[in-house]
Design a binder for this molecule. Structure first.
Ligand code: AMP
Length: 572
């Protein structure tokens, strides 16, 4: 084994860098909305937004952004004010995201399908001046309730039928009436169409990219206490610059990005939206993920870039009628957010003919920290090499701050222009994760001699069985190799003798069968006796997070209710 210490000085990834990108390329901090403004000027007639068959050019989108900015200023929104966007992927998200930034406001990203309690918690924590949502029954009543209860000054309401092509709008009004909310008119209510009823002459606001906040991004943490990463304009723009520099086969002004992931999650916000707009690309929006709609969008609208999470690639791989869809338009598929099983990557590449590059990041890193190169070595199972200007260090788990050797496991720590300013209103949590300027990710991994990062697992998911560390990810990878398995999620459950033992939750592919005994003998030569799950549970569905990652949180909670999970484990 190579015993060289990985340090910021050595940067072993430099030799693996794609020829067309320099690790030390200039990354000049700029307002997060600046790239969109440039694309409006450069490609006014090109389609910017596509939504269920209706399109808006960059010129039209820019005009709406400026009008919305003036409307926000007229309502008193000023520098530093938070505006909560509780929106699905729609043109409203793109327009208001940029309008809020233009007037110096801070976007608070909120999942529109959050339960009332979750929404109230985020609103109490972020204290927005305005909440934006749609006039849909699934969103408006909760938004209205939280606005009234928390005294938020304004509720900005966006109309679903206004953004549909007219035929769809008519049908929507006839058949989907019940999905529209009954809206209560009061002093706090503002309609989007009234907000933009002006000449767009807003007053420009000076942004200091390194200091001013652009986004409050709540992390998918499992502790139940909301924690928002403060992303500055410099963080957000730097990450879009880094990602945009990664794909040399992109043609500025000609690409189409498929936004199947929700913009309120940082992965889609940066990779599908900010990078796409920087390229002057068309952003094809799906208001929610539905497999057939997504496949139809790929076949007919012909996107060239497709950022997605592994569960989406799995869903496509296992769809029985996949041969009926033409997936050949896609040039780059980007997987992130969760581990991409090697089998899933290979199968998707075989079906689509499109290369899948896996990247890695967190809300706190805006999010992209590492990615596999599209040209050069795309190592299956690795999350790739550090993005331009980004340093990855592996710190000792026992002695944080001590750097590990090549190939040795430790906590993945990140430095770079995309690392957040800290947690909103939470200096204690900020101090816990910042180690001498490096951000501690809470992920365990190692770096090989070529500078490729391999993630082993999240610190809090590691199972300790009789003193041995079991990494659920390793167990999952082995189970994925079985051809009958569609999805698997492994957690630690209480075990009388060993403290904890692994338990696997499995969803089989359609029309497949598999017994515990068959799986156990399949795993015999792949996992040690201690790593092999003690119990299996076969289910029709596995719980997922808001962006579609397989979620351990619900499984741990269920086991806890049944008395199978130690309290300290479930709280992690
Ligand atoms: P969030 O901040 O909610 O986006 O979650 C970030 C976490 O997702 C990281 O700390 C990782 O544990 C996980 N994650 C992101 N990308 C990957 C990946 N490619 N492979 C494995 N885990 C990942």
């Amino acid at each position: 084994m190579n015993t060289a210490t990985i340090s910021p000085v050595q940067k072993p990834w430099l030799d693996s860098y794609p020829a067309f990108t320099d690790w030390d390329m200039p990354i000049v901090p700029e307002p997060a909305h600046a790239a969109f403004d440039r694309s409006v000027a450069a490609y006014p007639e090109r389609v910017c937004m596509e939504f269920l068959g209706r399109t808006w050019t960059y010129r039209e989108t820019g005009t709406m952004v400026r009008a919305a900015a003036k409307g926000l200023q007229e309502l008193g929104i000023k520098k530093g004010d938070r505006v909560a966007l509780m929106l699905p992927n729609t043109p409203y998200y793109i327009v208001l995201f940029h309008a809020v930034l233009l007037v110096g406001g801070v976007v608070v990203n909120i999942n529109p399908l959050y339960a009332q309690r979750e929404l109230d918690e985020l609103v109490k924590d972020s204290r927005p001046h305005m909440l934006v949502t749609m006039d849909l029954e699934a969103m408006y009543p909760k938004a209205h309730e939280t606005v009234e209860q928390n005294g938020i000054e304004k509720l900005l309401l966006c109309s679903m039928t206004e953004v549909l092509p007219w035929r769809k709008a008519v049908l929507f009004n006839i058949f989907r009436r019940k999905t529209l909310a009954r809206v209560e008119d009061n002093d706090r209510l503002v309609l989007f169409e009234d907000l933009i009823e002006n000449d767009g002459g807003f007053t420009p606001v000076k942004i200091t990219p390194d200091e001013d906040l652009a986004v409050l991004q709540y992390t998918g943490g499992t502790t139940g206490i909301p924690k928002a990463a403060m992303l500055t304009h410099a963080n957000v723009s730097a990450n879009a610059i880094q990602v945009a520099a990664w794909y040399n086969n992109s043609k500025i002004g000609e690409e189409k990005f498929l936004a199947a992931l929700p913009f309120f999650h940082v992965f889609a916000m940066t990779v599908a939206l900010m990078t796409g707009l920087r390229y002057g690309a068309q952003i094809i929006m799906l208001p929610r993920f539905d497999l057939k709609t997504c496949l139809r969008a790929i076949a007919h609208k012909k996107p060239t870039f497709f950022p997605a999470v592994p569960t989406i690639f799995t869903a496509i791989n296992t769809f029985p009628k996949i041969k009926e869809y033409d997936l050949s338009s896609m040039k780059v598929c980007i997987s992130g957010g969760a581990p991409l099983p090697v089998e899933v990557k290979k199968e998707f590449e075989r079906i689509s003919g499109c290369v899948v590059v896996e990247g890695y990041g967190l809300s706190e890193t805006s999010p992209v920290a590492t990615t596999n190169p599209t040209v050069g070595v795309n190592k299956a199972g690795s999350v790739g090499i550090p993005m331009p200007g980004t340093t990855v260090e592996i710190h000792s788990l026992e002695e944080p701050g001590r750097l590990m050797l090549t190939g040795e496991r430790g906590e993945v720590c990140i430095r770079g222009p995309q690392v957040m300013k800290g947690y909103w209103d939470n200096p204690e949590e900020t101090a816990k994760v910042m180690q001498g300027g490096a951000f501690r990710t809470g992920d365990v991994g190692y770096m090989d001699e070529d500078g490729y990062v391999f993630l082993v697992d999240r610190l809090k998911d590691i199972i300790i069985a009789g003193g041995y560390k079991i990494y659920p990810r390793m167990v999952e990878e082995a189970i994925y190799e079985h051809p009958a398995v569609a999805e698997v999620n492994v957690i630690g459950v209480e075990d009388k003798y060993r403290g904890q033992a692994p338990k696997a939750f499995i969803r089989l592919k359609e029309d497949e069968t598999l017994t515990e005994d068959e799986l156990n003998s399949f795993l015999k030569d792949k996992l040690s006796a201690i790593e092999r799950p003690d119990s299996y549970e076969f289910r029709d569905e596995l719980p997922k997070t808001m962006i579609g990652k397989l979620s351990k949180k619900e499984l741990k909670a269920e086991e806890e209710v049944q008395g199978n999970t130690p309290a300290e484990e479930s709280a992690a």
